[in-house]
Design a protein around this ligand. Structure first.
Ligand code: GLU
Length: 310
């Protein structure tokens, strides 16, 4: 041993929510995270984020996995399902409770909204139950006690991104009143357990990253690197989910969508037009360059020409 710590092997992941078939916006995240992992000889994992059963569509997980395969996006370990990992989320909560880093909260959404403290993403919890439940009230949810000023992350695409967690976000819910574990808890536990070293995902989650990093610190987990890919907007400038571009991608004809995703991610064209997905990836992986990915947001409409690569 020469005393140097070996750098852990790159491990990336794609974590779709099975709320419907894979659409173009998700394909973009899958392509970016896969190419980035493969270009660095890393492992690429798929995690089905099916915690919120009310939002999940039966069969959507199978449909997403089949579509990923048709696009040549092959995972290295069996896909994991968050619904089967609740014991790990519970263990993390117990640890946080033991360390007095989370507390039961009796407040309803309506009560919190009525106090009108608006944060970066919805109302900020005003702290009513922080020092203990008010007499006669029953704990509904569990909240993380966030005592943190500015927290910065260095995103590999967006650069430095800073939030004042206590004043801009506030104490977040880790287990909801309906008993479901919150995404923020599950994603942190899973990224930690799966040894994820770099998270490449959509920029809609850039603003969640600081609270995830805070939670990693509370749980003594290592911090992965982050790269947030540009968000897709429909041609009409609306969120992709509300536009035509949210239509499922065609698993029977993957090359046009793959090529379009590649260009939208700012990547250099391939030398020869591939006729199969394995040929596409053979040429594409060595060319992948995270530094070329645009900040976005990207606009897409069915009739749009491909944007020129940088
Ligand atoms: N499940 C989230 C989504 O489908 C992604 C979460 C993540 O990558 O951290 O948008």
């Amino acid at each position: 041993m020469d005393g140097r710590q070996a750098t852990p092997r790159y491990r990336g992941r794609f974590a779709p929510s099975p709320t419907g078939p894979l659409h173009f916006g998700s394909l973009l995240a899958a392509v970016g995270s896969f190419a980035d992992a493969r270009q660095q000889q890393g492992a690429w994992l798929v995690r089905i984020e099916d915690l919120d059963q009310q939002r999940c569509l039966p069969g959507a997980d199978v449909s997403i996995l089949k579509t990923l395969q048709a696009f040549g996006l092959c995972w290295d370990e069996p896909p994991s399902y968050q619904s089967q990992r609740t014991a790990y989320y519970e263990a993390a909560l117990e640890r946080l409770q033991r360390d007095q880093l989370c507390y039961p909260c009796a407040c309803t959404r309506r009560e919190i909204a009525a106090l009108g403290l608006q944060g970066l993403e919805g109302p900020i919890y005003p702290g009513c139950c922080r020092a203990g439940l008010p007499p006669g009230r029953r704990g509904r949810s569990l909240r993380l006690r966030i005592d943190c000023g500015e927290l910065s992350i260095l995103d590999r695409i967006h650069g430095l991104s800073t939030q004042h967690l206590s004043s801009e976000v506030g104490d977040i819910v880790l287990r909801r009143a309906d008993g479901f574990y919150a995404y923020q808890l599950a994603v942190v536990v899973d990224d930690g357990d799966q040894g994820i070293t770099r998270v490449v995902r959509g920029a809609d989650l850039l603003g969640s990253t600081q609270r995830q990093v805070y939670l990693q610190r509370c749980l003594g987990l290592p911090q992965p690197e982050y790269a947030h890919l540009p968000l897709m907007l429909g041609g009409d400038g609306r969120k992709l989910s509300k536009s035509l571009a949210a239509a499922p991608v065609d698993a029977t004809d993957p090359l046009p969508a793959l090529t379009q995703a590649w260009h939208l991610l700012g990547q250099r064209s391939l030398d020869a037009a591939p006729s199969r997905v394995d040929e596409f990836w053979q040429q594409a992986i060595p060319r992948w360059d995270l530094a070329r990915v645009p900040l976005g947001p990207l606009k897409i409409a069915g009739s749009d020409p491909l944007p020129a690569a940088r």
